[in-house]
Design a protein around this ligand. Structure first.
Ligand SMILES: *Cc1c(COP(=O)(O)O)cnc(C)c1O
Length: 439
């Protein structure tokens, strides 16, 4: 293992960023990669192995974002690499059915009993977008409830921010989203059942579905309050609306069967992504057979994809999910123990430095919120000292620890992280908190 570096040279990354800015808005192909929220320039990655990233200047970093979730078995995990190589030799794509699609579907449905039938797509965005179209078709209703701080991809109707007040109609969270579309999405506070009841009372017979992250990751990590998920299930069942569990982040992460297994929840539709593709682009939407059979060619709901069920992506997914299923009894307890050690170790360093920090953690996803108060919804998270987080982030990066570049993201680790990485991370945090205090 290499020692952690201070004041790394980033000359090559800097030049690559200048070049990338000629071609891509902000120099990136997904905005969070630009490090705008924490300041500083993003290092370019050249390669990665296990828990470690190597940048274009040869600096190494312990990885706590795992490609935003997928890399739960570590980078360049040999069974995944071999599966992709083997598949590639038979051609990258056919646009016709292969046996591998049902192989991965069998694994998915075993882990997620709520998924009786499914469709593979190429991203989480496509999965949630298609699930919502299906929910609207199944109910003949238009309005969708989502929760403030939950991210479900960048489809128009899901880019709706907080509206003030319980039943306030949504406002566009992005320029270019027509108000008529945004108004069909109600954004309510998370962990607040009275707000959901009020929305159903205000829009009788008009709400098609509730979509949520059953553990929030996209406002930073926020766990569902005891009884919250069961209450959502009961309200939707009573009102004839569908419950859509967006497990793009939590699926195969918080347990093999995601949050549904962890909390004993059932859902009408489930969306998956990230881990299910083992690092290649895969999304899933699935659920109760009666709903899924409304899709073309069996039914009137259209959905399609040129590269859906792509053989390389299926191979990587099978290798990843297959490994997780075969080794769940070792992998998940190990992820829990490693995550607990690093998350609590860093929080203890903050406490001894006198820095108020709230740790929210569910298994191998967690957030250190720079705020003294409990964080149970987006408004609580938004009270965090993001400038302090930025100083923390920059110092950690300079010491060779790569955290997601925003206070409002969850950290992830994988099966390749061990005691050495934990110890190095806690030691780096001790120094980083000095930088936070120095201002
Ligand atoms: C990442 C994410 C998405 C979007 O997935 P993409 O593959 O980036 O389109 C949707 N929902 C949740 C909960 C996510 O974390």
């Amino acid at each position: 293992m290499s020692s952690l570096i201070l004041s790394p040279d980033r000359t090559r990354s800097h030049a690559l960023q200048q070049r990338a800015e000629r071609f891509f808005p902000g120099g990136v192909n997904s905005p969070v990669r630009a490090f705008r929220a924490v300041g500083g320039a993003p290092p370019f990655i050249e390669k990665a192995e296990g828990a470690w990233l190597t940048d274009a200047d040869g600096n190494r970093y312990i990885d706590y974002f795992g490609s935003w979730g997928p890399m739960i078995l570590g980078h360049a995990f040999p069974p995944v690499v071999e599966a992709i190589e083997r598949a590639a030799r038979n051609s990258a794509s056919y646009g016709a059915s292969t046996a591998t699609e049902a192989d991965l579907a069998e694994l998915v449905t075993t882990c997620f009993p709520a998924i009786e039938k499914l469709r593979f797509v190429s991203s989480g965005t496509e999965a949630t977008m298609s699930a919502i179209r299906l929910a609207r078709a199944a109910t003949g209703r238009k309005i969708i409830i989502k929760f403030e701080g939950c991210y479900h991809g960048h489809a128009d109707g899901l880019l709706v921010k907080a509206g003030s007040g319980v039943a306030t109609l949504g406002i566009p969270g992005s320029a270019g989203v027509p108000e008529e579309i945004a108004q069909l999405t109600l954004a309510l506070p998370y962990n607040d059942i009275p707000a959901v009841e009020a929305a159903f009372a205000a829009h009788p017979g008009a709400i098609a579905a509730i979509i949520l992250e059953p553990v929030v990751g996209n406002a930073g990590c926020i766990a569902p309050a005891p009884g919250y998920l069961a209450a959502l299930r009961a309200v939707t069942a009573r009102e004839g609306a569908l419950l859509i569990a967006d497990e793009v982040m939590t699926g195969f992460r918080v347990s093999l069967g995601g949050a549904l297994q962890l909390y004993g929840l059932d859902a009408d539709l489930v969306t998956l992504g990230k881990i299910v593709g083992g690092g290649l682009p895969v999304g899933v939407f699935g659920g109760k057979r009666a709903f899924m059979d409304m899709l073309a060619p069996l039914g009137p709901v259209y959905q399609a994809g040129t590269l859906s069920g792509n053989p390389l992506a299926m191979a990587a997914g099978i290798a990843t999910v297959g490994y997780l299923q075969a080794h769940a009894a070792e992998v998940y307890p190990q992820l829990e123990a490693t995550s607990k050690a690093v998350a609590e170790g860093v929080a203890a360093e903050a406490a001894s430095a006198g820095i108020p920090l709230t740790l929210n953690r569910v298994g191998s996803m967690w957030t250190w919120f720079f705020t003294p108060g409990a964080v149970i919804n987006y408004d609580d998270a938004a009270r965090s000292d993001t400038a302090a987080f930025g100083r923390f982030h920059r110092s950690m990066l300079d010491q060779g620890v790569w955290l997601p570049p925003s206070q409002f993201e969850a950290m992830f680790l994988g099966a390749a992280h061990g005691e050495a990485e934990v110890a190095a991370t806690v030691a780096a945090a001790r120094e980083a908190f000095k930088a936070v205090l120095a201002g």
